[in-house]
Design a protein around this ligand. Structure first.
Ligand code: 13P
Length: 246
């Protein structure tokens, strides 16, 4: 049985005052059935962790190197040292704005795994790609290239997130049927990755998830949780998302 994961991606948001208010609200989350994770800005990892012991914290990105002359980069080794539990790799904003390609993303995945961080590998198509008809081959490429050369010992450290770019921050959530169809496709493709157990690998959905639509999404056999942007910023809605996720 795959455990439901509710993961908040705070992107470049949240002041210290916001973090204090968030932590105060989620302090009362007890007996959660799901994994509740948040990726704040990396500079806030420790402060969020100290204030919110009901959640696990992680990063939104990391370097493909542990150390060296890489000004401004985030070392996966240092993230691990500082208590990060996981890292998100290949978010569509990293792919589109920072031009990260599958080769670099695969190097990041391998380096994060080497440092015993769990990896949330994101895949997703743009509206143009979806309308072109063959968007599934794009998703397959992102998935299999991203996971190249992982080993069987990493089996339990991989989580996939399907985030259709057209549903991110737009209020246009993929319908549960649309999401389930793609998740089933991704699970089928995961069977080609020998190191993984496709049935046991969590596949999260991301794109305008909120308390009002989470239950419909989670009713589907291949949807194992959510990667949430906007609705994870307020303690009340993050808490509600977690409580609705059984
Ligand atoms: P929204 O939930 O704000 O659409 O963002 C989704 C996302 O990009 C999470 O990584």
């Amino acid at each position: 049985m795959r455990k439901v994961h509710i993961v908040g991606n705070w992107k470049m948001n949240q002041s210290l005052a916001d973090i204090n208010a968030f932590s105060e609200t989620i302090r009362t989350m007890n007996d959660l059935k799901c994994e509740a994770w948040i990726a704040p800005q990396a500079i806030h990892l420790n402060i969020l962790q100290e204030k919110s012991n009901t959640i696990k914290v992680g990063a939104q990105n990391c370097s493909n190197q542990n150390s060296g002359a890489f000004t401004g980069e985030l070392s996966p080794e240092s993230l691990k040292d500082m208590g990060a539990h996981f890292v998100i790799i290949g978010h569509s904003e990293r792919r589109a704005i920072f031009k990260e390609d599958d080769i670099l993303l695969n190097q990041k995945v391998l380096k994060a795994l080497e440092n015993k961080l769990k990896v949330i590998l994101c895949v997703g198509e743009t509206l143009e790609e979806r309308e072109s008809g063959d968007f599934k081959s794009i998703l397959k490429g992102q998935l299999l290239n991203g996971l190249k050369d992982i080993s069987a010992s990493d089996k339990e450290s991989i989580i996939i997130a399907y985030e259709p770019v057209w549903a991110i921050g737009t209020g246009k959530v993929a319908s549960p049927e649309q999401a389930q169809e793609v998740h089933a496709f991704l699970r089928e493709e995961l069977k080609a990755v020998e190191a993984l157990d496709a049935q046991a690998t969590p596949i999260l959905y991301g794109g305008s998830v909120k308390p009002s639509n989470i239950e419909g999404l989670l009713e589907n056999t291949d949807i194992d949780g959510a990667l949430v942007g906007g609705a994870s910023l307020k303690g009340e809605s993050f808490k509600e998302l977690c409580e609705l996720s059984k």
